[in-house]
Write a protein that binds this ligand. Structure first.
Ligand code: ZN
Length: 215
């Protein structure tokens, strides 16, 4: 199995999955293989995937919506969110809130980049990552271990980014895993911008993708 044989596992309505199912994907996320145990023995299969998941903010779906009141009790909202365990959240790189889109915005001409331009930017970014790792068995930033994070992320942090990182580690009490993830995401943000150095702005963007309370 080579690292480029990677699929996408999309779990919609994430909290609706059984707890045991959600916990069972933790190991394949780390090891990129899945082991199935039966009475006759164990079988190990490749399971190299990018995990994408979507969930509502609460069971009714309206928590935080400016135009529609949420009908859930605070305890129901908490229970719903706690169905995703801290260790599973800790293995996710990027959290994004997707607010409702107004009708006006839906019918407006898009003023931002189109899919084709974004694709081009992503392909350029992936090509630069392949070049970075051409001497190793890795192919993309997310596969970096602690050694590569030091060599390709920490060494390229500008001074202001270094200070910001130090502050974030202290104030957000980042776990070692989160620390590496934030650095890897900031490396990718810098790559997408075509920058060799990771600036404070790149690092700040990576930090804001962390889920609050799951560091
Ligand atoms: Zn609700």
């Amino acid at each position: 199995m080579t690292p480029c044989h990677r699929g996408v596992l999309f779990l919609d309505e994430l909290p609706e999955f059984a707890h045991a199912v959600l916990e069972s994907i933790r190991q394949p996320i780390e090891d990129r293989v899945v082991t199935v145990s039966r009475a006759q023995g164990n079988a190990t299969f490749p399971a190299n995937f990018m995990l994408l998941a979507a969930m509502n903010p609460c069971p009714c779906g309206y928590y935080g919506d400016p135009t529609h009141e949420c009908s859930c009790s605070p305890s129901a909202v908490t229970r719903y969110r706690h169905r995703i365990s801290g260790p599973l959240m800790d293995r996710m790189d990027i959290f994004v809130d997707v607010p409702r889109v107004d009708y006006e915005k839906l019918i407006d001409e898009p003023s931002t980049e189109g899919s084709a331009e974004i694709r081009e930017r992503v392909e350029t970014c992936r090509a630069s990552q392949r070049l970075r790792f051409s001497e190793s068995r890795l192919s993309s930033n997310c596969e970096m271990g602690p050694v590569e994070v030091r060599e390709f992320c920490q060494r390229f942090l500008e001074d202001a980014a270094n200070s910001l990182l130090k502050m974030a580690v202290n104030q957000l009490s980042l776990s070692a895993r989160s620390f590496h993830r934030v650095l890897k995401v900031s490396r990718t943000i810098a790559d997408l911008a075509g920058a060799e150095t990771i600036t404070a702005a790149h690092l700040a963007e990576a930090l804001q993708y962390r889920q609050r309370g799951t560091n």
